[in-house]
Structure formats: C-alpha cells, structure tokens
Design a protein around this ligand. Structure first.
Ligand SMILES: C[S@@+](CC[C@H](N)C(=O)[O-])C[C@H]1O[C@@H](n2cnc3c(N)ncnc32)[C@H](O)[C@@H]1O
Length: 257
C-alpha cells in the first residue's frame, strides 16, 4: 500500500536523463523535478555538479554502475526505489545520458507500474548527440550516412553480444554508435571487416564527455582497437564509426586528445 507524505501527496518515481554531465545541458523539467525530490538515486556517470540542483533536504544516494566496480543489483535498486516511493517520497532516479537508452529503464518502469506507483521519464541528451556536439560533426549526412544506429558492445557476461545484426552494423551507409564497447571493439571491428566494411572506415572514440577532461581518439576501424589497447582509457567511452566522421578523422588522423 502506498502512503501519502506530509503534504498529503503520494510517492512517485521520475527517471531523469542527466545528459553527458554538463549542468547547462539539463532540461528545465529535470531541474524542476530535482528541486521537488525527497530522494535522489544517482549513477556514477552523471556529473556530480548536477546534484547541486537537488532539493537541499533530499537524500542523495549513489547507486553507481560503472563497469568493473561493484554496484547494487538491479533488483535491489528497484526495491530501494519502490520502497521510498511507498513511503510517500518523490524519488528521482538520475541516469547518465537518456534514461530510455541502455539504462535499464524498462525494468524500473515495470517495477514501478507493478507496485502501482506513478512513474515519469524526463529525457536527457544521450551520449551520441553529446558526442556530435563535442566533435563538431553531424552524425547523418545526405547521400553518405542515411542511417544512425546505436548498439551495445557489452552483453550480460561482458562479452560482445552474440546476436548482433552484423549485416546492419557493417552497413557503409550508416553511422554506428557503440556503447560500452571498449573491451570488445577489437572483436567487433574484425567481424565487420570480415563482412566487407572497409578497414579504413573513419572511427572515433570519445571519452568522459561532460567532464573537465573529455578526450577523443581518432583512427579507422582497423587502427582504433590497437589505440584503445595502448591508451586504456579509464573513463566511459562511446565508439562511433562511419563515413560521416571522415572530416573529424581527416582533421586529426592520429590518435589525439
Ligand atoms: C549504461 S550506458 C548509459 C547510456 C546513457 N543512458 C546514454 O543515453 O548515453 C553507459 C555507456 O554510455 C556511454 N557513456 C555514458 N556517459 C558517457 C560519457 N560521459 N562520455 C562517453 N561515453 C559515455 C559509454 O559507452 C558508457 O559505457
């Protein structure tokens, strides 16, 4: 049974997209919901400065999910979120980028609805569009890149997902954005080249967007995996490849910051 809070209102859950981390890329709606929150459950990837927008009386709880570090199980996180809402609290679940893109919002939406708790999504700027702004590049290009696709490079076991549509991913007329692909990109690139995607396809890695030290590494499908192995970037990385990125790579053909 859901309880009402001191103001007589019932608990709620808002999944907020924090965007890449820059406070001025938050939406006005995100700021409004943060100001109203009683509890904020936030991911590692959301920039800490964003938390300054939260109601000063709110409980701020880190529920980080950075790869390689311990993080609560999704089921525990759902229980925590639902538990606060059932006490009548307005719960914000703050996620990097957009909550509906590779952020397990599906599981949180189901859990909230099954518990009969009102749930809302406030969109955020997803990493590919933040990357386009950082690179000063368009991800689509008339006659060159007529498809934009987002894919995860990381399955539940940490491996490259076995059921990827490699034909789609080897489409030379697409720009492809690979989330969580640092460890598996060498394998993916080899499979794409074997499917006929040119080895010299422009490829860019963007790391730690929205922080004070973002980086980019440029190269080709063939060279970028070696570059990643050499540099071993520690921040979150998005890998983008496709002909639309030709100008970005031509401007800085070598591994660069
Ligand atoms: C769990 S997914 C979250 C995606 C997020 N919901 C979005 O819309 O961008 C985490 C992955 O997103 C990408 N990512 C998230 N934040 C990033 C950042 N600040 N810089 C570069 N890549 C980032 C990386 O591929 C990272 O491994």
């Amino acid at each position: 049974m859901n309880a009402a809070n001191d103001n007589g209102s019932y608990g709620s859950i808002v999944l907020i997209g924090a965007g890449p981390g820059d406070t001025d890329l938050l939406t006005l709606r995100a700021v409004a919901r943060l100001r109203e929150a009683d509890v904020v459950l936030y991911d590692d990837l959301a920039g800490d400065a964003i938390l300054l927008f939260a109601n000063p009386l709110a409980d701020l709880i880190a529920v980080g999910k950075r790869a390689g570090h311990p993080s609560p199980k999704q089921s525990e996180l759902n229980r925590l979120m639902i538990g606060f809402a059932q006490q009548g609290k307005r719960v914000v679940r703050l996620k990097a980028g957009d909550p509906a893109i590779f952020a397990r919002a599906d599981e949180e939406l189901v859990a909230a609805r099954e518990a009969g708790i009102a749930v809302e999504i406030v969109p955020g700027i997803t990493t590919p569009t933040a990357a386009a702004a950082y690179l000063g590049a368009s991800l689509t290009k008339r006659g060159v890149a007529r498809r934009l696709q987002m894919v995860t490079g990381h399955d539940i076991d940490g491996q490259l997902p076995r059921d990827l549509d490699l034909n789609a991913l080897a489409d030379p007329g697409a720009t492809t954005c690979v989330f969580m692909g640092k460890a598996t990109f060498a394998t993916l690139a080899a499979q794409l080249i074997a499917r006929g995607l040119p080895a010299e396809t422009p490829t860019v890695v963007v790391e730690s967007l929205g922080t004070t030290a973002p980086h980019k590494y440029t190269g080709t499908l063939q060279t970028i995996a070696n570059a990643l192995a050499l540099v071993r970037p520690s921040g979150p990385c998005l890998i983008l490849y496709g002909a639309a990125l030709q100008d970005v790579v031509a401007a800085e053909p070598l591994l660069s910051n």
